[in-house]
Design a protein around this ligand. Sequence first.
Ligand SMILES: Nc1c(NC[C@H](O)[C@H](O)[C@H](O)CO)[nH]c(=O)[nH]c1=O
Ligand SMILES: CC(=O)[C@@H](O)COP(=O)(O)O
Length: 195
Amino acid sequence: MASFVSTDCILPIGFVRAQDGSFAPTSILHFHNSPKTLSPLSFSHSLRASEIKPRIAVQCKGGSSLAQTNAVRNLTGSVTRTQGLRFAVVVWVPGSFEIGVVAARLGKSGKYHAILCIGAVIRGDTTHYDAVANSAASGVLSASLNSGVPCIFGVLTCDNMDQALNRAGGKSGNKGAEAALTAIEMASLFEHHLK
Ligand SMILES: Nc1c(NC[C@H](O)[C@H](O)[C@H](O)CO)[nH]c(=O)[nH]c1=O
Ligand SMILES: CC(=O)[C@@H](O)COP(=O)(O)O
């Protein structure tokens, strides 16, 4: 389930060990509840835990955990609320290495709410597998981040064909179908909650 939490919290990003053995934050970012972006409102150095008057409990002694604030919303995508959503499927490119650039072009077109990327990389005798598999993954991720449109990684990376067939509708399920559901959920999340 994809979810997005907007909170009003104080986020310690570093700790020092105090003389009594407790941990105190060395720097604090104070975030304000903003569903769109978390933007630090203030940045205070070397605040000690005793100086913080948080709206949340910051447990520093023996570890650090942030209690939930009193303003938390979970935004989730839906696999049923899909009216009007448009999808592109990248599958018939020469190889998985080429998926990323096609996904990026489709994402930037503004025509689609999500791009589903489907492929299978099967290990051979050389290290070429690693180059292709890693490039396919980074290519799809870059397409997402650069276009702002969810590009879903539905590329099998397997040591042999049996592994691939088992994940393409065999005894290990259908990773392509799972990726398709992820595409729907992400498109719905973006369309209904993150515009
Ligand atoms: N061996 C596999 C490949 N290799 C081809 C590359 O993806 C790429 O098309 C080529 O290197 C030219 O840029 N592709 C797969 O998708 N699966 C493989 O098992
Ligand atoms: C993923 C690949 O590129 C790989 O299947 C190529 O096979 P080989 O390493 O035997 O050339």
